[in-house]
Design a protein around this ligand. Structure first.
Ligand code: SER
Length: 314
């Protein structure tokens, strides 16, 4: 049987750090090559320091390890991207196109490309946003993801490259965020709660957004990548749904364990970004094609995150 050699780009990021460990458990540490632009690493196993905007460096790694699958997770996120619009476009698009093209050239079996709810904007229904709702991104991050989705489809149609993609909602876990996302409040709030500190939220109390617990997000990614090729009917990106909530609802869920937890609101420029995004997602296509089913809701996620953060603190 041919060996699987998996390259992870962005292994220090919010998703990358968890996905690296999970893939190591499934495929063995010796078969996972974790990479990131940040050199300092806690990764157990193989790590290479690369800047994925450097196509030649990327190609060297793909050749060196005879890579068969790539998970390309590196990107500048929505909020940070608005501070450096042109740089964000350049970085996000350069990396994505290098990854797709190196994968084509070296006949990599499968590529994972993460997209986001940020591809939606005006004219997409806010409730149960359909798989084929129009894409009208308002951030450079969203524009780069929408363009990336179409390039993914192009590489599949033109070269037969097996690129698979999910439109992640906000990913929430006990693991810290590296920053720059509009949904980051939902991670930071739990960290304040266990430290017995009040939290100042940068979104308004009733800003409802689609979210997913980290374990579900990781499971979705691995299930999509392990699904038989013929089941993957959507070659842009799959809507991925799980739960939806607003800041006041997370605060209330936390207060059931920490009655003294308090939250203040100081909405900033991220409010405007969030108002263009869906409230909830129709992921019927993912459920039908490869059997997607989320396991967690706000209550179960809150219990798990608080318990884990508490344990880590003591
Ligand atoms: N979580 C991302 C962000 O907030 C959206 O994909 O930018």
């Amino acid at each position: 049987m041919a060996t699987t050699a998996i390259l992870i780009i962005g292994a220090h990021g919010q998703l990358g750090s968890v996905l690296t460990g999970e893939l190591q458990k499934i495929y063995g540490k010796q078969n996972i090559i974790a990479t990131d632009i940040v050199p300092k690493t806690n990764v157990e196993g193989i790590f290479e320091h690369i800047d994925a905007t450097d196509g030649k460096a990327l190609e060297r790694i793909v050749t060196k390890y005879a890579i068969t699958e790539i998970y390309h997770l590196a990107a500048i996120l929505s909020a940070k991207g608005e501070q450096y619009p042109l740089r964000t476009w350049e970085v996000n698009m350069n990396m994505t196109l290098h990854v797709f093209d190196v994968a084509r050239k070296h006949k990599v079996d499968k590529v994972f490309f993460p997209s986001s709810i940020a591809v939606f904007g005006d004219h997409a229904p806010k409730e149960n946003t359909p798989q084929w709702a129009p894409l009208n991104p308002t951030t450079v991050y969203g524009m780069s993801k929408a363009a990336g989705e179409h390039w993914a489809q192009y590489y599949f149609n033109t070269y037969g490259l097996d690129v698979r993609s999910l439109r992640y909602p906000g990913v929430v876990g006990y693991q810290p965020v590296s920053g720059g996302g509009t949904t980051d409040y939902a991670v930071e709030i739990y960290q304040s709660a266990v430290r017995q500190q009040p939290y100042t939220c940068f979104l308004k109390p009733d800003t409802k957004l689609p979210m997913i617990y980290m374990d579900d997000a990781i499971r979705a990614t691995i299930e999509l990548m392990q699904a038989p090729k013929e089941n993957i009917k959507t070659r842009t990106s799959y809507n991925l749904g799980s739960m939806s909530f607003c800041p006041s609802e997370v605060a209330a869920a936390i207060q059931r364990t920490y009655p003294n937890f308090s939250m203040e609101y100081a909405p900033d420029f991220r409010q405007k970004i969030s108002e263009k995004w869906p409230h909830s997602i129709d992921d019927g296509q993912a459920r039908k094609d490869w059997g997607w089913k989320p396991k967690h809701d706000l209550e179960s996620m809150t219990k798990l995150i608080l318990a884990k953060l508490n344990k880590n603190m003591s």
